[in-house]
Design a protein around this ligand. Structure first.
Ligand code: GDP
Length: 303
């Protein structure tokens, strides 16, 4: 329900374009494919992903001897889902949570993408599921970041471990881990700084934080979630490339999907980066975070 209305912009724009194309062309020909290609790129699907998709579609059209564009509609959905999952068999997009002991989730991303908000939403959701959650305010760099996380912590009813602004993030995370352990918490969610102006420093800092987590909790971090803003389109893809390589990202939280008609970025991230989108942000409120469901997403685009 919520998912559908949150995605309304993406959905109506996308299905509008494709349906319009199908109505105008009727016959599957080179011009049709050219316009389809353009429509997909406009929807932020990403050039490489679109090329692969069009190739697949052309092969399928030949194989099944499809002449009518209306017949092609289902094939497009099918192929979009296939393109999304690629070779991966694992279709479950849920978080890797430990049945026993502490699960540590590291959250990374550039300032302004919705990192703090997403952490708050995630904490709320887990708390609702009966889990004991602790937040660690590891973004000691951005002015106001610690206070903002505290506000979310209060809203969600979970504890926040913090130091002063400007202090060593690794030390905050260390304290977060000790607090989570002594409270016998189920989940520790670690915020991190997101300045990209000094990429080398940022990556070194993340590396240090990761080492502390690895040392204190064997097998952790269990998830490293990269937060991306869907409205930034191809910029989000390049951030995924930067962080994906340096920070060992295991999943994406794609925010602000309610405010954009360009949801195609979901497909590009998965197809080109092989990183699953685990959650999507569909608004500014605490409840506006949904687990991502690729098939629901793709078929929703054509509903
Ligand atoms: P951070 O700098 O990455 O921690 O970003 P914030 O969490 O402070 O979020 C930046 C802005 O984006 C805030 O105004 C949020 O309310 C807004 N925001 C975050 N997630 C979403 C979302 O899913 N949808 C919408 N519409 N706004 C969002």
């Amino acid at each position: 329900e919520k998912y559908k209305s949150g995605m309304e912009k993406t959905r109506s724009s996308f299905s509008g374009k494709i349906n319009n194309l199908i109505a105008r062309y009727r016959k599957v020909d080179e011009d049709f494919f050219e316009e389809l290609e353009e429509a997909l790129i406009t929807a932020d699907v990403g050039v490489m992903t679109v090329m692969d998709l069009i190739d697949e579609l052309k092969t399928e059209v030949k194989r099944r001897n499809i002449k009518d564009t209306a017949e092609l509609k289902d094939v497009i959905s099918e192929k979009l889902v296939e393109i999304y999952y690629g070779e991966d068999d694992e279709k479950i997009e849920s978080l890797n949570l430990q049945d026993e002991g502490l699960t540590v989730i590291l959250v990374v991303g550039v300032n302004g993408v919705g990192k703090t908000t997403s952490i708050g939403k995630l904490a709320h959701q887990m708390k609702e599921e009966g889990k004991e959650v602790v937040l660690a305010a590891g973004d000691t760099f951005r002015a106001g970041a610690i206070e903002q996380l505290e506000v979310w912590g209060e809203r969600a009813g979970v504890g926040v471990i913090k130091h002063k602004e400007g202090s060593d993030p690794a030390a905050v995370i260390y304290d977060g881990i000790q607090a989570a352990k002594s409270r016998k918490a189920d989940v520790l969610i670690c915020d991190t700084a997101g300045r990209l102006q000094n990429k080398v420093n940022l990556m070194n800092e993340l590396e240090k934080v990761r080492r502390v987590i690895e040392r204190e909790v064997p097998g952790a971090p269990h998830e490293t979630l990269l937060v991306l803003d869907a409205t930034t389109g191809q910029n989000a893809l390049s951030q995924a490339k930067t962080f994906g390589q340096a920070a060992n990202v295991t999943g994406i939280i794609l925010t602000k999907l309610d405010g954009t008609a360009k949801g195609g970025i979901v497909l590009a991230i998965r197809h080109e980066m092989h990183i699953p989108v685990k959650y999507v942000g569909l608004g500014e409120k605490m409840e506006d975070l949904q687990p991502f469901d690729a098939e629901g997403f793709v078929y929703g685009l054509f509903a």
